[in-house]
Design a binder for this molecule. Structure first.
Ligand SMILES: [Zn+2]
Length: 197
């Protein structure tokens, strides 16, 4: 199900540190967030024009300037959601937006009984009419591709070709080097990359 949020991970897989620009964290974040926006689940494979995906400071730079280059303060987000968030302090989307708390209804509405999730949905405006229409359009497209066009289905639900090879990167430090073997590129090397996700 393309709009199913992930199960909440207990902790992040990677821990690079010491880079001088926040853009250097991009390959790690692409892998960590599985090539989609943490808020709305838009995927890179659904049309990535330059700059569409941004590195969002979870704690805004204005409130936590010391965390500007902190990997654990960065999330992968589409331009739309990053713009909607602006400088609002929010709860951690990794723990709030999970499949056992938030569900997508057939009419495109995100629904949750959790007050925290409701607040986050409101803050990022994840139930805007435009986003609801967008979900209602994509769900049958992916279903139709699944039934009629296996190549298209794999494009829509599969991984991008340029999986970051994190083992080749040399961050000044990495508190979780063991995470690299769980990266999507490493799984691909072992023949364990799923066709769809
Ligand atoms: Zn988004």
């Amino acid at each position: 199900m393309i709009f199913e949020y992930p199960e909440p991970p207990l902790e992040r897989t990677h821990g690079p540190a010491g880079y001088l620009t926040h853009e250097s964290f991009r390959p790690w974040l692409r892998d960590e967030f599985t090539f989609r926006c943490v808020y709305c689940l838009k995927r890179e494979m659904w049309g990535q024009v330059t700059g569409e995906f941004e590195l969002d400071h979870f704690e805004p730079k204005s409130l936590a300037p010391e965390r500007t280059l902190d990997y654990f303060n960065l999330v992968y987000a589409c331009r739309r959601c990053n713009s909607a968030k602006l400088d609002q302090p929010i709860d951690d989307p990794l723990t709030i937006l999970s499949s056992n708390v938030v569900v997508v209804l057939p009419d495109g509405l995100l629904s949750s009984d959790s007050l925290d999730a409701k607040r986050l949905i409101e803050q990022i405006d994840l139930n805007s009419p435009a986003l609801r229409r967008w979900r209602v359009m994509w769900m049958p497209i992916v279903d139709l591709a699944n039934k009629r066009d296996v190549v298209l289905y794999q494009q829509l639900t599969g991984f991008p070709e340029d999986l970051p090879d994190l083992g080749r990167l040399r961050p000044p430090s990495n508190s979780r080097p063991e995470g690299i073997e769980f990266s999507w590129h490493a799984k691909q090397q072992r023949g364990q990359l799923p066709r769809s996700y």
